[in-house]
Design a binder for this molecule. Structure first.
Ligand SMILES: Nc1ncnc2c1ncn2[C@@H]1O[C@H](COP(=O)(O)OP(=O)(O)O)[C@@H](O)[C@H]1O
Ligand SMILES: [Mg+2]
Length: 372
């Protein structure tokens, strides 16, 4: 028994804006989501993720711009006619109805024949492993089970796309991980377009085909998890994606493809575009790219503040001579004591550089890249 005939609907936003009164919340977003793609909107609380999702669902009017679903302009269309299903953090189940009735309700409203409703309910129950719960009421279910029913209610409608708004935020940490895997499995099984909103960068990294990083109603970067992690467009994305966070320290471009950080001078091996010698820059280094090694060379001198032991790995929090703190992810099992002086090495290819204003500095000029 399977739920079949999922359409892979493309979703497109063109210059979409939203204001509440005089306050602009979404500032002209353009976004094209491929049919069948799993796209995650991620960003800090209040950046406009839910507002954007609700505009796609039709629960919120757009102030200007256009929204297309499966090639159709739905900007002025009633939410019920857009062919999408939304799953909320709050489950939004009918408390006086059984699980079965909750699943069937939308189909009954749409006057779906009884045998078809039964088929859909059974299929969804099987996918979500809630068959034994069908006669219970929401009050008799755990949080994870309720969220499964909420997802089931979306599945039976065979929507063109699923929209999830922080669906796992009410669950405890362990359940969040297992439900996350189930949502990934659901996408693999159904193959339809999904948009998933979260403030949790781990959820974004693990679920997304592509991540849309939002801040203050602007798109900061769109890319695969690997692209946003390894090749962040700016300091905001660099700091937001990754846990523990990327280390960001002050440095100075010394010219001749070298940068000066604390009391070390590191050769980059490539000329940086967009800065001149003497300019202050921000140097980004991920904790896993720093390693403790011998003094000398281009090593950074640091002093261990404290070490966190996590079994397979250990985080060292260290002071640079500048007083800045950096995190080192260390896997060699060596012990360090508080106050110990160490030397940190990093492959120059792993360094990410940003202007003082937070823009990514690259080794090639945009013009050179474009003409290559
Ligand atoms: N109905 C509303 N009226 C006024 N301001 C709103 C309304 N809904 C959301 N906002 C504001 O819009 C901004 C974005 O909110 P929201 O989309 O809920 O953010 P997120 O989901 O990313 O946390 C916030 O500053 C919020 O206060
Ligand atoms: Mg929200």
């Amino acid at each position: 028994m399977t739920v079949t005939s999922y359409e892979k609907a493309k979703i497109e936003l063109r210059d979409v804006r939203k204001s509440f009164g005089a306050v602009n919340i979404i500032h002209g977003l353009d976004l094209s989501i491929e049919g069948g793609e799993f796209v995650v909107f991620v960003g800090p609380s209040g950046c406009g993720k839910s507002t954007l999702l609700r505009m796609i669902a039709g629960l919120e009017d757009v102030t200007s711009g256009d929204i297309f679903i499966a090639g159709r302009d739905v900007t002025e269309l009633d939410p019920a006619k857009r062919g999408i299903a939304m799953v909320f953090q709050s489950y939004a189940l009918y408390p006086h109805m059984s699980v079965r009735e909750n699943l069937a309700f939308g189909l009954e409203m749409a006057r779906t024949p009884a045998d078809e409703i039964e088929r859909q309910v059974q299929a969804a129950a099987q996918i979500l492993k809630i068959g034994p719960l069908l006669e219970r009421r929401p009050g008799q279910l755990s949080g994870g089970q309720r969220q499964r029913v909420a997802i089931g209610r979306a599945i039976v409608r065979k929507p063109l796309a699923f929209l999830f708004d922080e669906p796992l935020s009410n669950l405890d940490a362990e359940l969040r991980v297992s439900m996350r895997i189930e949502i990934a499995r659901l996408h693999r099984q159904l193959g339809n377009t999904m948009i998933y909103v979260t403030h949790d960068q781990t959820e974004a990294m693990t679920l997304a085909d592509r991540i849309v990083v939002l801040r203050d109603g602007h798109i900061e970067q769109i890319g695969t998890p690997r692209e946003v992690y390894e090749d962040p467009s700016n300091l905001f994305v660099a700091g937001f994606i990754g846990s523990p966070r990327m280390n960001i320290v002050d440095a100075v471009y010394a010219g001749d493809s070298r940068i000066k950080v604390a009391d070390a001078v590191i050769p980059l091996g490539q000329v940086l575009y967009g800065v001149t010698a003497g300019d202050g820059v921000k140097l980004g280094i991920r904790p896993e790219h720093l390693r403790v090694a011998d003094p000398g060379g281009t090593a950074l001198r640091a002093k261990v503040d404290f070490a966190e032991y996590l079994g397979s790995t250990r985080y060292l929090y260290c002071y640079l001579p500048s007083g800045e703190i950096v995190t080192v992810e260390q896997r060699d099992g060596r012990d360090f004591s508080s106050g110990e002086e160490i030397w940190l090495h990093c492959d120059p290819g792993r360094l990410r550089l940003f202007s003082a204003g937070g823009d990514r500095l690259r080794a090639e000029s945009p013009a050179k890249v474009a003409s290559a």
